[in-house]
Design a protein. Structure first.
Length: 305
């Protein structure tokens, strides 16, 4: 996308107009904003009026001796301010002076071990001045007092009090060792697979085998087996030959690539759960390190690598 097309697509006003608006709103004065921006009062007033014409709305009420944000101006100010803060953080993180900086990441154990670990070297090589502290967790619902720079959770995205951004989705697949692989069509393979060996269940998602069977038109009763609390444990048990497991396809990829496991069925199971970036509502600013790390995460998810 060219610069012209991007500006047209996003209907972005010039940055100088936005700076004039933000400074004027903060000071409630064209004169004080002009002093901060090293411009004349007339220049700042002209930029704000140009922004208002561009948007088609008045952002300020011009009172006899002061300025007051209009209702739509007050609504526009927070996202403008956040955008400047995010831009400043990203600029500082990418181009600022090198120093000893630390990023604290909280993420599910399986995500850290199975998805992040094979990729993290690329981040540390690109940003060697950023140290990373990882706090692995099992349950997204657990309450943690310690603040973190980047909070990544797996679930349905419904966490009251938090703003969420879906980072990564993945279908689920059934996996097993090659010596346990059944032949034939998926429905027959599933029946034979589940009949002769214990199944591995991930706690909280024990209905996965029934859901997969239902997608194939099979009514599968709830079967006993081995329950574990992480996908990582499920994959290790499947590799040890305990039984087949249903896991996220992205997490199973390293095991499939190494030949430790194979896909037990051709079918996949879409999941409503996903990995989300989670931010407490009302948090004013994201650290420069977090801005850089999140941008890198999005690039890695977009892949391929």
């Amino acid at each position: 996308m060219t610069e012209t097309n991007a500006a047209s697509t996003y209907r972005l006003p010039p940055l100088a107009w936005l700076r004039a608006f933000e400074a004027t709103a903060r000071h409630s004065s064209f004169t004080k904003a002009a002093a901060e921006l090293n411009l004349t009062q007339a220049a700042v007033s002209h930029q704000v009026r140009s922004l208002e014409r561009h948007l088609g709305f008045l952002l300020f009420e011009r009172l006899p001796r002061s300025l007051k944000l209009t209702e739509i101006g007050a609504a526009y100010l927070p996202p403008v301010r956040r955008s400047f803060e995010d831009l400043a953080s990203a600029t500082d993180g990418l181009f600022g002076p090198v120093g000893n900086r630390t990023l604290t990441l909280r993420a599910p154990t399986s995500f850290v071990a199975l998805w992040l670990a094979p990729r993290l070297k690329r981040f540390t090589e690109r940003f060697p001045d950023i140290s990373i502290r990882v706090a692995s967790v099992v349950w997204a619902q657990t309450h943690y007092e310690e603040p973190v720079d980047v909070d990544l959770r797996y679930g349905d995205g419904n966490w009251p009090g938090y703003a969420v951004e879906c980072l990564m989705t993945s279908d689920a697949i059934a996996v097993c060792r090659a010596d346990a692989l059944e032949q034939g069509e998926d429905d027959n393979r599933l029946v034979r697979l589940t009949a002769r060996r214990p199944l591995i269940h991930v706690t909280g998602y024990e209905d996965m085998w029934q859901r997969l069977a239902g997608s194939l038109g099979i009514a599968l009763p709830r079967l006993s087996g081995v329950n574990v609390d992480t996908t990582m444990a499920a994959l290790e048990l499947a590799t040890a030959g305990v039984g087949p497991a249903i896991v996220q396809q992205d997490f199973a990829a390293p095991y499939l690539a190494r030949g430790q496991l194979v896909k037990a069925l051709d079918s996949t199971l879409p999941l409503k759960e996903a990995h989300y970036l989670v931010t407490p509502e009302g948090r004013q600013r994201t650290t420069a390190e977090a801005t850089v790390f999140i941008a890198w995460l999005r690039t890695e998810v977009a892949g391929p690598h």
